[in-house]
Design a protein around this ligand. Structure first.
Ligand code: NDP
Length: 273
């Protein structure tokens, strides 16, 4: 029997996950069906119950249900636990395993697809929401010289830095504290770009940066990427590779085979112009 998987979110029509997982299944010869479910607000658990009752094996979870998925799970991975949110679930009888692959997907994209090592680098992470939380441990596992987390609500950056301090060199701050600082890589994990806004990051942070990475994808040159470009950063990237890599991690978790992501990334890439 064909195993069933899906992505659940609201809205969901824009989701690239059915295309991505369909491509992975074809390329790896896995017999799966992958659909998109528009979850009614406040009805996450009932919708997932119904999917499982119909034989569903696993789900990807996107906004606004990542916290609901976290609460629904019976077993959390360390990444899901730290992020306080889940973006993938696997159903095994009564057990609901939850994962969060956003952070490992991001690191995989940066290191393997874009060719930038984080080891020994000064890394700036803007934002302290779900995506930044997911990136914290995977970033520190790469042993940067220092990871600085800056956020509009400073307390959230300080809290994230506290969580990470036993695992590496990490500091939290507000945007003002970045004046006069320089970094090798700057990541925008704020949601400002979704509204064409710019976090209050001083342009000087880019003055010796080799990479500016926008976690949002498909938005072209966002205000963040424009600022980086104007400051002379050579390598600009958006989150399309992260999206494909977190999907590949979920696919491997479910099916035991990690698909190659290059073809999917090429198809989904919108030029940064
Ligand atoms: P959250 O809602 O969890 O967090 C939002 C963050 O953005 C907070 O730190 C918030 O600061 C900050 N923020 C929002 N607006 C502004 C602003 N105008 N100026 C400064 N800071 C701002 O969002 P997520 O963490 O889930 O998502 C963040 C980004 O990552 C989005 O662009 C999303 O599309 C992208 N993403 C990409 C993925 C991929 O696969 N490529 C996967 C997941 C996310 P404060 O705390 O002060 O409110």
């Amino acid at each position: 029997m064909t195993d069933r998987y899906a992505v659940i979110g609201n809205p969901i029509a824009h989701s690239k996950s059915p295309f991505i997982h369909g491509s992975f299944a074809q390329a790896t010869g896995q017999d799966i069906e992958y659909s998109a479910i528009e979850g009614p607000p406040q009805k996450f658990a009932a919708t997932v119950d119904a999917f499982r009752a119909a034989g569903g094996k696993g789900l990807n979870i996107t906004a606004p249900f990542k916290l609901d998925a976290f609460a629904y799970a019976t077993q959390l991975s360390p990444a899901a636990e730290l992020a306080g949110a889940a973006n993938a679930m696997k159903f095994e009888g009564d057990r609901v395993l939850a994962e969060n692959f956003d952070g490992v997907g991001l690191v995989h994209d940066v290191v393997h697809n874009l060719g930038h090592s984080l080891r020994g680098k000064r890394v700036l992470l803007l934002g302290a929401g779900g995506a930044a939380r997911g990136a914290l441990l995977p970033f520190l596992a790469q042993v940067p010289a220092e990871l600085v987390i800056a956020n509009r609500t400073v307390e959230k950056a300080l809290e994230l830095a506290r969580i990470g301090e036993s695992r590496g060199q990490v500091r939290g701050c507000g945007y003002d504290a970045l004046l006069g600082e320089r970094f090798d890589m700057v990541f925008n994990a704020t949601s400002a770009s979704l509204r064409a806004e710019l976090p209050a990051v001083p342009a000087g942070v880019f003055s010796s940066a080799m990479l500016a990475y926008e976690l949002a994808y498909g938005k072209g040159l966002t205000p963040f990427l424009r600022l980086a470009q104007g400051a002379g950063v050579q390598h600009l990237a958006d989150g399309v590779g992260m999206l494909a890599e977190q999907a590949a991690e979920a696919f491997a978790w479910w099916r035991g085979v990690r698909p190659d992501t290059a073809a999917v990334i090429e198809k989904l890439t919108i030029p940064l112009a």
